[in-house]
Design a protein around this ligand. Structure first.
Ligand SMILES: [Zn+2]
Length: 309
């Protein structure tokens, strides 16, 4: 499926800037689920052909399904059910004020459609497709492959990748990110008394290499800014961008399709945060960064994760 597929034609330009509740919940699910073993990752699964009508690929391969993924799938169906009430009251602005930002935005568009009931029906179908198919089958299953999350394990690592082993291979580096027009990193470092290796130009981060990725400045982050940069064993350097009340990875995988709720870097972050039992990511190297640049999950959701098994 390409980025221009009509089915996924989200109007990202006008979408409200917020991380959807289900994204926060899925992060908490993977935090609670703990480390994922190499032998739990899929090898041959083709996510583009993935569909809830197929056999579960973990069942098919005889592998053990990661616990965090089980939680996340239950979260998807629970969240879809929770949202049912908004469809009944889609003309009631007060009810919509409590709805997730993106859904509320879409339902307001339904109000003014020429055929509001028809628009509502297709919006509901679209949302159901997101929770039942796109999130689990096309996004999460794809991330839980050897060729995705597995690449962050590095070559020398053992089969059990806990947070400590993960952060030996991959580092979360506190850095100051400069804009194109700012002074040079070495000058900036000297004038602020910082080690030069922790000051970088935005253009030198990996997210600047692909148009599908997101530069911090495109997200409205004013540079220079202290940010947490994931430096991965695969060679990528992707900053986590503080966005609404959490962090978003800036890699192209995450931003190429607006319906993707998790990338392999965010999964790694979830395992690390889960190990610390904190909604804040640790700085494993480099400069201190403000809390907002480390807050992985909104506090609004952290106290409300429902145990599902
Ligand atoms: Zn990423």
């Amino acid at each position: 499926m390409s980025g221009t597929d009509a089915l996924h034609d989200y109007d990202v330009e006008t979408d409200p800037p917020a991380i959807e509740p289900v994204e926060h919940r899925i992060r908490l699910d993977f935090m609670a689920g703990g480390p994922i073993r190499r032998d739990q990752l899929l090898e041959k699964y083709n996510s583009w052909k993935g569909s809830p009508e197929n056999t579960d690929p973990w069942k098919q391969s005889g592998k053990a399904k990661p616990v965090g993924l089980k939680y996340a799938e239950e979260t998807c169906s629970r969240t879809f059910n929770e949202e049912e009430r908004y469809y009944d009251f889609f003309e009631d602005d007060r009810a919509l004020s409590e709805a997730p930002a993106f859904l509320a935005h879409r339902l307001r568009q339904c109000q003014s459609a020429t055929d509001p009931e028809g628009a509502l029906h297709s919006e509901r179908e679209r949302r159901e497709n997101w929770y039942r198919k796109l999130i689990p089958w096309l996004n999460l299953y794809q991330v839980l492959k050897e060729s995705s999350y597995g690449t962050l394990f590095g070559s020398g690592a053992g089969p059990q990748l806990n947070a400590e082993a993960l952060t030996r291979q991959n580092t979360l580096v506190g850095m100051v990110v400069l804009g194109d027009d700012d002074q040079t990193p070495s000058k900036y470092a000297r004038s602020h008394g910082l080690p030069a290796k922790y000051v970088i130009r935005e253009a030198d981060l990996s997210c600047s290499e692909s148009s599908a990725a997101a530069r911090p400045s495109e997200f409205g982050i004013e540079l220079p800014a202290p940010l947490l940069v994931g430096k991965y064993t695969t060679g990528g350097r992707y900053p986590f961008i503080p966005w609404s009340d959490g962090l978003v990875c800036s890699c192209p995988y995450k931003h190429d399709q607006p319906w993707r709720v998790l990338c392999k870097h965010e999964l790694l972050a979830a395992v690390v945060a889960g190990d610390q039992d904190s909604i804040f990511l640790p700085v494993t190297k480099g400069l201190d960064v403000p809390h907002r640049a480390r807050r992985f999950v909104s506090p609004r959701f952290s106290s409300s994760r429902q145990e599902t098994s």
